[in-house]
Design a protein around this ligand. Structure first.
Ligand SMILES: Nc1ncnc2c1ncn2[C@@H]1O[C@H](COP(=O)(O)OP(=O)(O)OP(=O)(O)O)[C@@H](O)[C@H]1O
Length: 922
């Protein structure tokens, strides 16, 4: 039986004498998690309901929980022996899980204690990564430094990656030489950046691969042997996750591209294999062996090296090691949850032998941290230290939210996940097809229309039933229609797709923050922290002659020595201004980075830039095939191919365009620019913005802080963009574009007054007076009188649904019929609703071809006609669109007609919506 709950008071650790001699014990007061508390971590009911998965019966699923224990909710758990080390870490309120406990009656109370079979897991819902456990064992500071600075682009790392890929290929039965050639070809750009040639790398990889091949030969597998390459494993019991290189006969195989001449595997490598063993055991395995494959061993010369040259080293998976691993994992989880920074004293690493000693000392010196290695250099100024800590914690809080997403993989059942748009379920598997290179194309079909957060290009957990306990693979969505096309390493019969909670973005935010503060120039930081004002040169040129604000914006961007901030309300020509500024910079001989939060905005700006007549050979788009728009694919940088050519293509580009997320990638981090322009900057977190601006000497941020703020899970300092902060701090660096090219004057009036101090104006008379009559084949006379004005209000008494409103949905369907009857195309009409549930609901009423979505999905686009469904009823509690900035976005999407559909009485209870009604009634 397992017990799980939160620590309810002080933990008493002491030594006692038993019949077996002296022993340590810890008494932990524990409060059981309650079933009705939906925020509580996994409990028995959700864990066991994963039927068909096999995990419900593997013995680890037997949670004792909630009031079920004798009607009480608290008890004492005694942890014996080495588990007291984990007990010492406990603080009241922390989550604790103890497996295989003994139950005892003591003075009428049921108490629990660890047995020889028990594991003690602290904060089990914090999923520690296997590589982190390994790094921590090497040195806790190393673990921390890796987190801060990320994995750099260097040859050993890249070679290791290629060897791993070839290993996977060999396991999938591929020909060695073909695998090597292809994998090297795929990494052409990276190898080029490192100055490596394909031939040299092939030789290195072949040396390493010889060990793999030899070993595969020697262990000739029979038909019954099960093999599996890279598998993502998650353990809800032990709070660990990771990707095992391979599983052979149910046991983990880890590949190391180094050498090891001793008989035994290295301790830190064993630790890694032991983590996978725990993960596999939770999935029903019984793992008693681990294998480490040191591929360099086979490349060593017998005459020069002494020792054990066999590459494959097996070891017995002892229980002591498995428990040690869990104790280490507990240390990491506790430190992370408390937001502490390791000092290095936690482990017994020897700093004098460490390659990272210098970096470690510099980082601790600059950040004023205690460190076993010592400190060098001067610490950052206090305001920077304070800022670093604040943002560091905010990012880590965000990471915890992602971990909570992992926990939901088993806390929520399939229907709940589908309901929350976290999964597409009940898919009908169609077929699989082996692709060249051993990967698989998997096709599966949706049984009905479903909404979800999943998009083409996303990585997903594709499973045959359950993302954790079933057969599950990390797959990429290639196409998402009624039929879904995926690519994956293994041929899973996909019946369900789940959002993959990736930490990649969070990891990159941390690195960007680190780089901005520890590697950023003093001048840049003086500006960021308000110690100096941004300075400007006068370019002495007029760039745009029909729009003064745009012209000044370009002059500011071109003349900025530090930064410029362009505030662009809806339709004011942000993209046009960016393109004009980049052209001017390129004409001045500068190398420019063009970035934005979304791929769509990057492609739009690139398109505008090409319209400016910039030479197409000067432009390179960096992004994935599925991320880049079809018509921009021709400019997309292929990473594969001849290293020198690939590098030349990138280095010679005068303009490189990539999302801010891609700017944080290994390849982009190697690039340097004179200037960077970042669109959609108000939607980026501060570190998210750094990822781009760290790469250039000067930066220009373009955005609108009156539209959507950064999208983050946690409510903290990440919700304010750098754009917004700097606009307030350095008004002299900012300029607002005040002429809009989109909306009829009637439509823009409310947004202008409410959000832009009345300063927004139509750029031209033709914009101010545009109506549906301008469209070919459309006449407003064909519309009922109440829809002829550019702004209409269609009152619908609200029904009682909280997130849906059938009456509104039905009315909207009628309105669309009216517009179609007046000659409008469906593709000219958009419907915006505040909740996803109402979006799906409306989709069921309206014909295909009409775009229906939430505000977030509409930001940055426009339509001839926009219908807004308010889905409001009764008295409003707070703005329906969560934030007034969302209503600003919704009301500024249309060009020629805006229709507000909702319960006017309910809307009138809110002052902003009240003013909106007055405007609509005019
Ligand atoms: N100075 C100008 N002269 C003529 N047309 C312009 C000018 N500036 C912008 N436009 C036109 O106005 C339209 C909107 O411009 P653009 O797409 O750059 O706006 P935006 O501010 O990026 O829009 P959004 O708010 O959707 O991001 C485009 O058709 C563009 O060509």
């Amino acid at each position: 039986m397992n017990v799980r709950g939160s620590v309810a008071g002080e933990v008493d650790v002491r030594t006692v004498t038993t019949s077996y001699g002296e022993s340590d014990l810890a008494e932990v007061p524990l409060r059981f998690d309650r079933h009705e508390d939906s925020t509580a971590p996994a409990d028995a009911s959700s864990f066991e309901s994963d039927d068909g998965s096999g995990s419900g019966s593997d013995g680890a699923s037997n949670y004792e929980s909630s009031g079920a224990v004798d009607g009480r909710d608290a008890t004492t758990v005694t942890l014996w022996g080495k588990w007291t080390e984990s007990a010492e870490l406990l603080e009241p309120g922390m989550e604790l899980l103890v497996t295989n406990v003994d139950e005892d009656e003591y003075q009428g109370e049921t108490q629990y204690s660890t047995t020889g079979e028990s594991y003690v897991v602290v904060e089990p819902s914090f999923l520690v990564n296997v590589t982190d456990v390994r790094n921590w064992v090497e040195c806790p500071r190393l673990y921390y430094l890796n987190k801060l600075s990320g994995v750099p682009l260097n040859y050993p790392v890249l070679k290791g990656t290629i060897v791993h890929e070839v290993f996977g290929d060999l396991l999938r039965g591929r020909d060695l030489e073909a695998a090597i050639d292809e994998r090297i070809d795929e990494r052409g750009l990276e190898l080029g950046l490192l100055g490596e040639t394909p031939e040299g790398v092939a030789e290195d990889v072949r040396d390493n691969a010889a060990a793999i091949e030899g070993w595969l030969e020697q262990g000739r597998l029979t038909e019954q042997d099960s093999w599996r390459s890279e598998q993502l494993l998650i353990s809800e019991t032990f709070g660990i996750r990771g990707r095992a290189d391979a599983i052979r006969r149910g046991a983990p195989v880890e590949l190391k591209t180094g050498k090891n001449l001793r008989k035994d595997p290295r301790f830190k490598d064993k630790v890694q294999a032991a983590c996978y063993a725990l993960l596999l055991e939770e999935h029903g395995g019984d793992v008693d062996m681990g294998t480490l494959l040191y591929t360099k061993n086979s490349a060593l010369d017998r005459n020069e090296e002494t020792g054990d040259l066999t590459p494959a080293k097996e070891f017995t998976m002892g229980e002591g090691l498995l428990k040690f691993v869990v104790r280490v994992r507990n240390e990491i989880a506790v430190m992370e949850v408390a937001g502490d920074v390791p000092t290095g004293y936690e482990g017994d690493a020897k700093c004098e032998y460490c390659f990272e000693q210098d970096t470690c000392m510099v980082v601790s010196g600059r950040l004023d941290q205690e460190s076993k290695a010592g400190q060098i250099g001067q610490s950052l100024p206090p305001e920077e230290l304070e800022y670093f800590e604040r943002l560091y914690h905010a990012i880590e809080e965000e990471r915890r939210e992602i971990h909570a997403e992992y926990a939901k993989l088993w806390e929520q059942d399939a229907e709940e996940r589908a309901e929350d748009d976290r999964a597409i379920i009940d898919l009908e598997f169609v077929e699989r097809r082996e692709l060249e290179g051993g990967r698989w194309e998997l096709r599966t079909r949706q049984r009905g229309a479903s909404t979800s957060k999943l998009r083409e290009g996303d990585l997903v957990l594709a499973s045959d039933g359950h993302p954790v306990s079933g057969n599950s693979e990390l797959a990429q969505i290639e196409r998402l229609d009624d039929e879904i096309v995926l690519t994956a390493d293994e041929p899973v019969e996909v019946t369900r797709l789940d959002v993959y909670p990736s930490e990649l973005t969070t990891d990159r935010l941390l690195v960007a923050l680190h780089d901005a503060l520890l590697k950023g120039s003093d001048r840049r930081k003086d500006v960021l922290f308000g110690r100096a004002d941004p300075e400007f040169d006068d370019p002495g040129e007029t760039f745009i002659d029909n729009n003064d604000a745009q012209d000044e914006a370009v002059r500011k961007a071109v003349g900025a020595q530090d930064c410029a901030l362009i505030h662009g309300p809806p339709g004011t020509g942000k993209t046009y201004t960016i393109a004009r500024a980049i052209r001017a910079m390129v004409e001045r001989g500068e190398r420019v980075l063009l970035s934005a939060f979304t791929n769509r905005a990057v492609d739009n700006a690139l398109e505008a830039l090409l319209e400016q007549g910039i030479d197409t050979t000067d432009v390179v788009r960096v992004g994935s095939e599925s991320g880049v728009r079809e018509d921009m694919q021709a400019h997309r940088l292929d990473f594969a191919g001849d290293p020198e050519e690939r590098v030349a293509e990138l280095q010679n580009a005068k303009v490189v365009a990539a999302t801010t997320a891609t700017c944080g990638s290994r390849v982009m981090k190697e690039q340097a620019f004179d200037a960077v322009l970042v669109d959609e900057a108000a939607q980026l977190t501060e570190p998210g913005t750094y990822a781009a601006i760290n790469l250039a000497s000067r930066f220009v941020l373009v955005g609108d802080h009156e539209q959507l703020p950064p999208v983050v899970q946690a409510e903290n300092d990440l919700t304010t963009s750098l754009f917004e902060r700097l606009v307030e701090r350095h008004p002299n660096a900012g300029i607002m574009l005040d002429r809009q090219y989109r909306m009829n004057q009637r439509i823009q009036a409310f947004a202008s007054r409410e959000f832009y101090d009345g300063e927004l104006r139509p750029a031209e008379p033709t914009v101010a007076t545009r109506t549906l009559d301008d469209l070919e084949g459309v006449s407003r006379d064909g519309l009922p009188p109440e829809l002829r004005d550019p702004v209409s209000l269609v009152p619908v008494a609200g029904d009682d649904g909280q997130y849906t409103d059938d009456a509104e949905a039905a009315r909207i369907a009628e309105l669309i019929e009216r517009y179609e009857a007046a000659g409008l195309e469906r593709s000219d009409i958009g419907v915006i609703a505040p909740f996803r549930a109402q979006v799906s609901n409306i989709s069921n009423y309206v014909p295909d071809g009409v775009a229906v979505d939430t505000v977030d999905r509409f930001q940055g686009s426009s339509q001839e006609v926009i219908i807004v469904s308010f889905t409001a009823t009764g008295t409003l509690e707070g703005p329906i669109f969560e934030d007034y900035r969302r209503i600003n976005v919704a009301l500024t999407r249309p060009k020629r007609a805006l229709v507000l559909v909702g319960d006017a009485d309910a809307l009138a209870t809110d002052p902003v919506y009240g003013r909106m009604l007055e405007w609509a009634h005019q």
